[in-house]
Design a binder for this molecule. Structure first.
Ligand SMILES: *Cc1c(COP(=O)(O)O)cnc(C)c1O
Length: 353
């Protein structure tokens, strides 16, 4: 893949790191390439970040044939640009594309497109503690037709957003509400891939949880709608009787890169990690017994999101007002791996050259 590079004439001014938040500001350039059935992937290029003109009939607007990824770039302690396990995202992107009847992109091309773009906008990578450059690759169906069938044309785009510290005021555990009604995934569905539609169907439950004063939704799944699956858009882990329990990858759970990294670290540290179903009744039983020592979500945006309180059918179960010891150790270790290349798991750090 030969990427054509078109540089922006004017550069935008960069916002101060204190106001970055998440996904609000975008860098000077974007990557784009197009797909047709006859030619395959064509026109890989980096161009100035700009609006895109599209017909209102474009398939993606109507049927959500759209997939995405999310990962981050950092400047490490040797002033190098690094990505965290980007080939994991490349492979997951392929899996998502296949599930949504979309063409795939070779892993090397996926990582090369990201690396090329990140290098061009390297000045945009914030360096303050906790900040990073969020990378959002996505693919959309571009046929201009309302018939319901897989599109014949696609566009793959990457945009970059400098993001602020996820916990500007220090890590504070979140409160979550178990939603007894809605599902984000189901057997045979798309819960194990990163498609746009998974997010639109989750928004109402999230809104209702917010209105009741909770930060996130704890999703139930399984055939009886009684199995703990994920929290918000994060994988969920519980520390119970010194063992770590996390939902197994049964096709309804997104295989998070952070989840895999956390499980790997925990096992290396000698902990028992059990990937299995946990019913909501079992969880409530452990919460009532006070045997849930820690609970946390894992994902690229926050790395670790400790859960301090769980609500179910109007009852509030307190876990802790502070981040747990193990959660903190995982959080610190993952951040160290990203920033101090070579320390632990150098295999997880991809240098952008
Ligand atoms: C992206 C995502 C995650 C987290 O995956 P990471 O690779 O760790 O960022 C977890 N759950 C859902 C539903 C997701 O979409």
């Amino acid at each position: 893949m030969n990427i054509n590079i078109k540089k922006a004439q004017k550069k935008k001014s960069k916002p101060d790191h204190t106001i970055l938040g998440f996904g609000k500001y975008f860098t000077d350039h974007m990557f784009t390439m197009e797909y047709t059935e006859q030619a395959g992937w064509i026109n890989p290029q980096t161009i100035p970040f700009d609006d895109m003109a599209m017909s209102p009939s474009t398939t993606v607007f109507h049927y959500a044939q759209s997939v995405f990824e999310g990962l981050k770039a950092y400047i490490n302690n040797q002033n190098e640009v690094v990505l965290f396990r980007p080939y994991q995202n490349a492979r997951r992107f392929q899996k998502s594309c296949l599930r949504m009847a979309m063409p795939t992109i070779p892993e090397d091309d996926f990582v090369k497109a990201i690396s090329t773009l990140v290098k061009i906008d390297k000045d945009w990578i914030p360096t303050q503690e906790g900040t990073s450059l969020y990378i959002r690759p996505f693919m959309i169906a571009k046929d201009e037709i309302l018939g319901v069938h897989p599109s014949k044309t696609y566009q793959f785009i990457i945009i970059l957003s400098p993001v602020g510290h996820y916990y500007p005021k220090g890590i504070k555990p979140i409160s979550i509400s178990i939603n007894p009604i809605y599902s984000r995934s189901f057997f045979g569905g798309t819960g194990d891939v990163k498609c746009a539609a998974n997010y639109s169907i989750s928004l109402l439950a999230q809104k209702e949880a917010k209105e009741k004063g909770f930060d996130q939704v704890l999703w139930l799944g399984g055939k009886e709608h009684n199995i703990i699956t994920e929290v918000g858009a994060m994988n969920m882990m519980f520390v119970i009787n010194n063992e770590i329990i996390t939902p197994k990858l049964d096709g309804t759970i997104l295989a998070g890169v952070t989840r895999d990294s956390v499980i790997t670290l925990l096992r290396e540290w000698g902990y028992t990690v059990i990937e299995r179903d946990m019913t909501v009744d079992e969880l409530i039983h452990h919460l009532m017994n006070k045997s849930v020592q820690e609970a946390f979500g894992t994902g690229t945006a926050a790395t670790i999101s400790p859960v301090g309180m769980i609500e179910y059918k109007g009852t509030h179960y307190l876990i802790s007002e502070n981040i747990g010891v193990l959660s903190k150790r995982i959080y610190d270790t993952l951040n160290m791996i990203k920033l101090k290349t070579g320390s632990v798991h150098p295999d997880w750090v991809h240098l952008v050259k």
